[in-house]
Ligand binder design. Structure first.
Ligand code: PMP
Length: 295
């Protein structure tokens, strides 16, 4: 795979109130965010030049920041403007948008009370999250070696950099074993989510998805729940046990990056997308492109 390093690209990045040349958007090596994982971020997208759910992403960034005890130096409106202006400046029709906030280098200790919070927004051309050919048939998941922690073990409702340690390690484990991703259980042993996407199952005409009480209630997840209900599908949000994985016929994961991606395997279990999965994927793809309206 040829990778274009993310520090060696053309364009501008909004950083602490101004646009800087892409290659100059740097932080000091003694930044608290780097040493202690004190950073929060977002991932948004534009489709054919249309921004999808901007305020939801900005609000979640601020909620994540609040959970991490950040004193944000900009207002919601200012970051929203930066978000939109960076997209406009990069001139990309189909883009991924990455706002990030992190603690600076004023203090190098567990305590970060005296650090300043920095904010940046970068935008780049949208790449496929999963191999498009594999995604057509459904991606293969294995079981993650790590569990989603309890709400009193980690700030589980923040989209916080530090929480991705176990996601990255689980994803490496999966990729090295030839899988696209890993299914994470939670601290109680219930089915939780993939490493960067929520999960849904279908059986007997009903849509089942885990209650997001110790992981991100994804913006895509909420959108797909609304789309399913709008179609009159029964949606059951509940705790799902691993023993139930054999009882479902269809499975897909959702995320801003993953969109609605079919899953064909989880370990020993097999799934085949059917009418309901196809309908929800199609609804989502049309909604983000402004071809489907929702009230
Ligand atoms: N869970 C995790 C761990 C994620 O990283 C993401 C992607 N942000 C999601 C779920 C899905 O969230 P969203 O639909 O808001 O992108």
């Amino acid at each position: 795979m040829t990778l274009v390093p993310f520090d060696d690209r053309d364009g501008s990045i909004w950083m602490d109130g101004e646009f800087v040349a892409w290659r100059d958007a740097k932080v000091h090596v003694l930044s608290h965010g780097l040493h202690y994982g004190s950073a929060v971020f977002e991932g948004g997208r534009t489709y054919n030049g249309r921004l999808f759910k901007v305020s939801e992403h900005i609000e979640r960034l601020f909620k994540s920041a609040e959970i991490l005890d950040f004193d944000m130096p900009y207002s919601v409106a200012e970051v929203e403007t930066a978000y939109k202006e960076t997209v406009a400046r990069m001139g990309l029709e189909n883009a991924y948008i990455r706002p990030v906030a992190w603690r600076g280098p004023e203090q190098m200790s567990v305590s970060a009370i005296h650090t300043k919070v920095h904010v940046a927004v970068a935008v780049w051309e949208w790449p496929s999250y999963f191999d498009p050919e594999a995604a057509k048939r459904g991606i293969r998941l294995t079981y993650a070696p790590y569990k989603r922690p309890a709400p009193d073990m980690a700030p589980v409702h923040a989209k916080a950099a530090g929480l991705y340690l176990i996601g990255t390690l689980s994803k490496h484990y999966a990729e090295r074993a030839g899988y696209a991703d890993a299914l994470m259980m939670d601290y109680r042993g219930y089915v939780a989510e993939a490493t960067g996407a929520n999960i849904f199952f279908i059986r007997e005409g009903a849509v089942h998805t885990p209650t997001p009480d110790c992981f991100l209630n994804g913006i895509t997840r909420q959108t797909v729940v609304d789309l399913a209900r709008a179609r009159g599908f029964e949606v059951v949000e509940r705790h799902i046990k691993p023993e139930e994985l054999s009882t479902f016929n269809e499975c897909f994961i959702t995320g801003t990056a993953a969109e609605v991606t079919f899953v064909s395997e989880i370990g020993e279990h097999r799934y085949t997308p059917g009418n309901m999965s196809f309908a929800l994927q199609d609804d989502y793809n049309r909604l983000v492109r402004g071809e489907l309206q929702m009230n």
